[in-house]
Design a protein around this ligand. Sequence first.
Ligand SMILES: Cc1ncc(COP(=O)(O)O)c(C=O)c1O
Length: 395
Amino acid sequence: MNLEDKKLAINGGEPVTKNFIIIHKPEITREDIQKVTESIQSTFVSGDGPDCRKFEEKLKEYLGVKHAFFTNSCTGALDLAYMVRDFPAGSEVIVPNFTYTSTALAPLLNNLKVVLVDVNAYDGNIDIKKIEEAITDKTVAISPVDYAGNPAEMGEILAIAKKHKLYVVHDTAQSLGAIYKGKKSGVLADVCCFSFHGTKNITTGEGGALITNNDEIAAKVKIARDKGTDKYAFIDDPQKKGFYEYVSLGNSYVQSNILGALGISQLAKIDTITARRKEIAAYYTRELKNISSLKLPTPTKNGETNWHLYYLLVPPKHKFWIIDALKAEGVASNVHYNPLHLNAYYKELGEGKDLRNSVEFYSQLIRIPIYPSLSDKEIENIATAVKKVMGAITI
Ligand SMILES: Cc1ncc(COP(=O)(O)O)c(C=O)c1O
């Protein structure tokens, strides 16, 4: 181990690259800009417009599902997933402890109780073995997450859900384009929720979608998504009634028509985006697999990740030094969310629980850049920087 190595840029040496490589860049092309411009110039710029409907049609086609609803975030879609069910207050929802806050916020916003379950220390997805012991007679739902775009073990999760009659809200925020046992991520559960936030594989700046094959849920989502009005039916056929009414509780989760246009042109590129991400990930894995102080992502056995993220599992005590050292070499890297129970708001939910794998996973995790517009030279520089920096801490 030689953290003082003078060849490292952090110690005054020459950096691998002088053109700093940022952690993420959305894949926005001239075509996207053209589509957005056309939509702005149309007379319809507000919510649930014709481009939103067309984007929903394209999403349905791509996934092979009955219903897709474009929302202004995945958080909103997750909220809707519970809003349209009448679970008694205090009913329990199983949530993996390693996830973004939204997976837990959605049940909490609907007066439900969150029960945290630990994840696998090697991939951050919910630990299947721990699910059943968390189920009580109050459990009504489970919300698995596909961390980094790598599918959770949905076969086992759905079997457990069926056995205990649980509603499954699959948080697929990160996994558009991923596959589990030959099926696309986003089609497996009662409800699936995608994110099109700026960092996701396809983006509408902010945005999300609720996907379901359940007609009853879909009918309620149409109303709850648009402030509890029956405006959806009115837009469908304004002649039928001539006005719309306030028919239930709801929230404002429709998305602008401008962003619907962006969604259409982004979705058209999903296969090339996923293919380039796979190529980059394969290169990193080839180049980095023999570094003894490093563990690389372990894709789910029956799944195909969309490589939303590429992460390295490094010795925890050197994690922040590694991030600084990579930065000095000209490569951005970053941590990711910390386990829910380590955040002030969720602290109580972790009391008395064994959540050590989430802590182990998080404490080792560093994300490195992965996005389609990275050039071959850039990915070479990223791998070279990782090798150079990790070389100093090889044990
Ligand atoms: C697992 C997970 N769920 C939900 C969200 C929330 O997505 P949004 O920002 O679209 O609300 C994110 C965002 O990164 C996420 O990673």
